[in-house]
Design a protein around this ligand. Structure first.
Ligand code: GBH
Length: 447
């Protein structure tokens, strides 16, 4: 009845620092680009921000309890760079609580909350930021490396580049269009440098978390195929080819990276990994722009006119409350595509997968009923099992998210959690999907 996975398969849950911690100024923590961005009117739905978020900073012990009681093996969270620089003991407390509860910490070094100070010096458009990330990685591994053995360097460099540097929907809202490509290159370099630091300090396993999704042409027209290919390069392969095959997918991207040292950098970026993290949400359909057709409103973000590709709506009977198409088979497809594209693909972890539904708080029975999230997770886990049957090595699956949180520019309306958070009281309630996930994990044959 529950999908079954090979012995040793690891189940987990994911979060990120800015989305849950709050305590924006505690320990003398300095501002990140998300503090700056959210303080600007009109950037986030209802003017919300992460100053308090779900107050995980103060309630981490309760939250670790919800995570551990589900029986997960791994918990993926991220570090707030400015909190680490302030010398805070928060991550020692969090890591100790996880280990005590029998959950393996699998932290992400960078999940989009760049110190504002570094943004003022050019942010990811400045090559120096990559070296600063390496220094910060040294601080982390010196402090936590005795207890944290498994590391994820960067989260979704593609989304950070696209939304934060090419467009203006996320911090730091630079709006550079295709001129944003150096921000991609410098994040990739940061990944490679962080891997070197982690290896030098004896990390057990090192990976990265990249967003991936299939891109299909809207029709048979060769122009649609070409448009879809370029879109796939810019959103998927630009961020994985350098890591998994030591090269950029095409000359446009390579030239756009804009650095004379690109060949030497690619050697650093292409160092072998122990695992490859895939974040999957929904597929994309692309056509060559048709003159006079209005494409606004297809994506939650508007992309500028004049580009050689246009996203069209994904056909699907089902959508999440965020409006995203529910297409589990696309997860199987992207996994087999990655396997076929990269002969050296390391074992894959699904480092994020999940759905936002606008769950209301506990009813008279005290429960939060979220049957659509259960159906979503069940279908996507079966899609992972299908990929394993097709010969892809997938070693784990983490739900986004452990707990309702701040969904970036969409604020708190979008709820991805297995645990519900009341926006007034911040009271936590396990949703039906939390119980379902616990039972699924318990129902696995372990040998
Ligand atoms: C991830 O980003 C992030 O790592 C995480 O922090 C975040 O909370 C989580 O996923 C949920 O969003 O065509 O308009 O429907 C995911 C990036 C980019 C994935 C937009 C889905 C759909 C855009 N997302 N995409 S649209």
């Amino acid at each position: 009845m529950y999908p079954q996975f090979p012995p040793g398969f690891r189940f987990g849950m994911s979060t990120s620092a800015y989305q849950i911690e709050g305590a924006a100024d505690a320990d003398g923590k300095g501002p990140s680009i998300w503090d700056t961005f959210t303080a600007r009117p009109g950037t986030v739905r209802h003017g919300e921000d992460g100053r308090v978020a779900i107050d995980h900073y103060h309630r981490y012990a309760e939250d670790v309890g919800h995570i551990a009681a589900a029986g997960v093996h791994d918990y993926r969270f991220s570090f707030s760079w400015t909190r680490v620089l302030s010398g805070s003991g928060f991550y020692d407390r969090l890591v100790d609580a996880l280990l005590e509860a029998g959950v393996r910490p699998v932290p992400t070094i960078y999940h989009w909350d760049l110190p504002q100070e570094l943004e003022d010096a050019g942010g990811w458009m400045n090559r120096d930021t990559a070296y600063r990330l390496a220094d910060y990685t040294t601080v982390l591994v010196d402090r936590l490396g005795d207890r944290v053995r498994d590391w994820i360097t960067m989260n979704e460099m593609s989304v950070h580049t696209l939304y934060g540097y090419a467009l203006t929907d996320h911090a730091p809202a630079r709006g550079l269009g295709l001129e944003a490509l150096p921000a991609a290159h410098h994040q990739l370099l940061a990944h490679g440098l962080a891997v070197q630091v982690l290896r030098a300090h004896g990390a057990r396993s090192v990976g990265v978390a990249n967003q991936h999704f299939p891109v299909s042409p809207a029709g048979d027209d060769p122009a649609d195929h070409e448009a879809a290919g370029l879109f796939a390069d810019l959103t998927n392969w630009t961020f994985s080819d350098p890591i998994l095959r030591g090269a950029y997918p095409n000359e446009l991207v390579r030239a756009g990276a804009g650095d004379a040292r690109v060949d030497r950098d690619l050697e650093v970026i292409g160092a072998p990994l122990d695992f490859y993290g895939v974040n999957y949400y929904e597929p994309t359909v692309i056509e060559a722009p048709r003159a006079g057709k209005d494409y606004s409103g297809v994506l939650e973000v508007d992309i500028p006119d004049g580009l050689p590709f246009s996203p069209v709506p994904v056909k699907s009977d089902e959508r999440t409350d965020f409006g995203w198409a529910v297409v589990p088979s696309a997860l199987t497809e992207i996994l087999t595509t990655l396997r076929d594209r990269y002969p050296n693909l390391p074992p894959v972890f699904i480092t994020e997968n999940g759905a936002s539904f606008h769950d209301s708080g506990p009813g008279p029975d005290g429960r939060v009923h979220d049957p659509r999230r259960i159906a979503f997770l069940d279908a996507h886990l079966r899609a992972v099992a299908d990929a394993i049957d097709a010969g892809v090595r997938v070693d784990g699956y983490y739900v986004w998210s452990a707990i309702d949180n701040f969904e970036w520019a969409a604020g708190y309306d979008e709820r991805f959690g297995l645990v519900h958070v009341d926006r007034e009281t911040l009271t936590r309630t396990r949703k039906d999907s939390w119980y379902w996930y616990r039972d699924l994990i318990a129902a696995q044959r372990r040998s």
